[in-house]
Design a protein around this ligand. Sequence first.
Ligand SMILES: Nc1ncnc2c1ncn2[C@@H]1O[C@H](COP(=O)(O)OP(=O)(O)OP(=O)(O)O)[C@@H](O)[C@H]1O
Ligand SMILES: [Mg+2]
Length: 366
Amino acid sequence: MTAPSSRPVRKKIGRPRAADASAAATRPVRSQGDDRPRAPIRTRGLTKAYGDLIAVDHLDLEVQAGEIFGLLGQNGAGKTTTILMLLGLTEPTEGQARVVGLDPARRPLEVKRRVGYLPDAVGFYADMTGRQNLRYTAALNRIDRDEAEATIDVVLEQVGLSARADDQTEQYSRGMLQRLGIADALVKDPDVLILDEPTTAIDPLGVSEILELLRQLVNERQMAILLSSHLLNQVQSVCDRIGIFAAGRMIGQGTMDELAHRFGDDVAHVEAGFQADDSAGEARVREVLAAIPSVVEVTGPRRPADAWVVGVKPAEDETGVRRAILAAASSTGLDLTSVRPMAPSLEDIYRRAVERAAHGHARDVR
Ligand SMILES: Nc1ncnc2c1ncn2[C@@H]1O[C@H](COP(=O)(O)OP(=O)(O)OP(=O)(O)O)[C@@H](O)[C@H]1O
Ligand SMILES: [Mg+2]
C-alpha cells in the first residue's frame, strides 16, 4: 500500500443538496411543545436478550447532531448489539430506538439508506475494485451516477485510498478494507454515522487522519456520530461525550469532565519539574511541595528527567496549588522548570466506573 497521505483532510464532503430539499433536510426535527431539536439517535429502555443473557440492558442513549459519542466497553459489553439494533439488523427484546426519527425495527431499509454504517467486520466484493464497490453502494442508494463519481473521488481521498482505488479489494490489507468501509459509509452523504470499532486495523498516522475527518464532518456538517471502541486514547481524543458500557449496562455517560467528576476521587494532579542535582536538593523539593495547603500526595520523579507529581484534594484547589508552587519556588530559590495540570485519564475513570458497577453501586451512577 502506498503510504496514506499525511496532508490534512480539508475537502468538504457531500453532494450539494437540491435547493428545495436543503432547508427540510438540514432543519432539525422538533418535538411538539419542545424547543430542543430531537436527537438523531435516541433509545429508551432498549434491551436485547439472547436467552438468559442480557446483552443490552435498558439502554437510554441520545446522540445529538454535531457531536461524536463514544461507546466504550470491554469485549462482550454490548456495543455491537446496540449498534445492530440501531440499524434494524437485530430486533430489540424490549424498549425502543429512533434513528433519524424512524424506528429501525420497523423501517430498517429507510434507516440504512440514511445512516452511514461501518460494521465491525467489513465485507466487500473481492473481485471488484474499491471504486467499483463504492459505485455499487451508490447505486443501491439510488445516487445519481455523475454525482456518485464525484462523491466517490472525494471520499476515497478523504480516507487515503485514492492511489489504490482501482485495485481489486482482495488485494487490500485489513486497514485498507477498514478505510474503504469508512468511505462506503460516507458515500451516501449521511446525517448520521455509526461506526463499530472504526480504527482497530488502521496505522497510527492513519488513525489521526480518520479522527480528524470525523471531527471535520461533525463541525462542518453537523453530523451525529456514534462510534464504539475500546481504544481509550482515541475515544478520549475525539469524542465529545462518552458512554461507559459494562455487561450490557450504561454505567455512566457524559463529557470527560463530567465523568471525571462523577468517577473521580476528587484528587487533581499537578506536574512540576525541578532541577535538583542531588538527594539533598530532592529532599528540599519534597519538603516544599508537601507543605503547600491541599497537597495530599507528593511523588518524586521516576527517572531524572521526569517531573514531580502532586495530588491535590479537593480537586478544585488545583489552580491555587499551581500558583503556590510558583511562589514557593521563587521564595526558596528552587529551580522550577515547568508546572502544569495533568488531565485525568479515561483509563482511570473507566477502571473506577467498572469497579464501582461491579461492587453493586451501578444504580447510583447510572
Ligand atoms: N447472536 C448472538 N447470540 C447469542 N449471544 C450473542 C449474540 N451476539 C452477541 N451475543 C452476546 O452478547 C454479548 C454482547 O456482545 P457484543 O458483540 O454486543 O459485545 P461488544 O461490546 O461489541 O464486544 P467486542 O468489544 O468484543 O466487539 C456478548 O456476551 C455476546 O456473547
Ligand atoms: Mg463489538
